[in-house]
Design a protein. Structure first.
Length: 299
């Protein structure tokens, strides 16, 4: 059986490496190069871990316009990209391509949308995928053929999250992750969720009522088309007070679900291809990453 498609969230890897490695690590141009060095080493480590049939790094808009149109607060709390990182950000796709890795850009969509699109296509055709990201929304892509590699905590290591792992971590199935975000919110993305609903309450409500619309119906909220609500079905975390809150915030919850929902991106398929370590070493050396280049040539 061939290895999985390795799908990597390049923006997340670059940000993570930029802030993890000291700015004293400089490239041939005298500028900090930790973002590139750390991201490439992380990708190479995942290749060793998974022996993939193909590698794809995903990029895209920092903020998808349809999401900011729905929710102006989406990503609004984030600091602007540091200038030192932006310089390496622009170099990253070409460097990755030198290794023979596919680079897929989502245009107006985000890297998460690209990754979700490619993982779902691969799974539909009977293939496997391993997604490397720190974003919670991509846990919605986990299925029998798709896993997510994400941080275990504050350390540098990553853990593999399968279907059971999603249930253990969040208390819901992967196909309920987007509904969970709509109810509890996602502070990292600026998605507020419904006031007074935390992760455990959201998971209990989804366990009983299936999805966001089921929860809202149980609370007596109007349907998405303005259909009249029914008497609340209290229990399993749904109190009279919470039912009132859900009715008052039903439109907000539906909006937040639309913001968290991963969209189909117009990107080309990723052909199977081995990593070109020699070409990658040459490209790394040209940027001033001599030790990385030497390690690649020794392997």
């Amino acid at each position: 059986m061939s290895g999985p498609l390795l799908l990597l969230d390049l923006p997340w890897l670059l940000y993570r490496a930029h802030f993890a490695l000291p700015s004293s690590i400089e490239g041939a141009d005298g500028r900090p190069i930790g973002a590139l060095l750390g991201a490439i080493r992380a990708i190479l480590a995942e290749i060793e871990e998974h022996d993939p049939a193909a590698v794809c790094v995903a990029t895209g808009a920092e903020d998808a316009t349809h999401r900011t149109a729905l929710l102006p607060a989406y990503h609004a709390h984030r600091d602007p990209m540091p200038d030192a990182l932006r310089h390496r950000w622009e170099q990253a796709p070409e460097l990755c391509a030198a290794f023979g890795w596919a680079v897929r850009d989502g245009g107006d969509l985000e890297a998460d949308d690209v990754i979700a699109t490619l993982a779902r296509r691969r799974s539909a055709h009977g293939g496997r995928s391993a997604i490397v990201t720190g974003d919670r929304d991509l846990l919605a892509c986990v299925d029998a053929r798709t896993v997510v590699r994400r941080p275990a905590g504050r350390g540098p290591g990553l853990v593999t999250v399968d279907e059971d792992g999603v249930r253990d971590a969040l208390g819901v199935a992967p196909d309920q992750v987007t509904d969970l975000i709509a109810l509890r919110g996602d502070p990292s993305d600026g998605i507020p969720g419904v006031p007074g609903i935390g992760a455990k309450t959201a998971a209990r409500l989804l366990a009983r009522h299936g999805d966001l619309e089921g929860v809202l119906r149980a609370a007596g909220a109007e349907g998405p088309g303005g259909e009249p609500g029914e008497d609340p079905q209290l229990g399993d975390g749904l109190t009279a007070r919470l039912a009132t809150t859900l009715r008052e915030h039903a439109a907000d919850a539906r909006r937040d679900r639309a913001v968290a929902l991963l969209h189909e991106a117009d990107v080309a398929a990723v052909p199977d291809r081995a990593t070109d370590r020699a070409a990658g070493a040459d490209a790394a050396e040209a940027l001033g990453m001599g030790r990385l280049a030497a390690d690649l040539r020794k392997a």
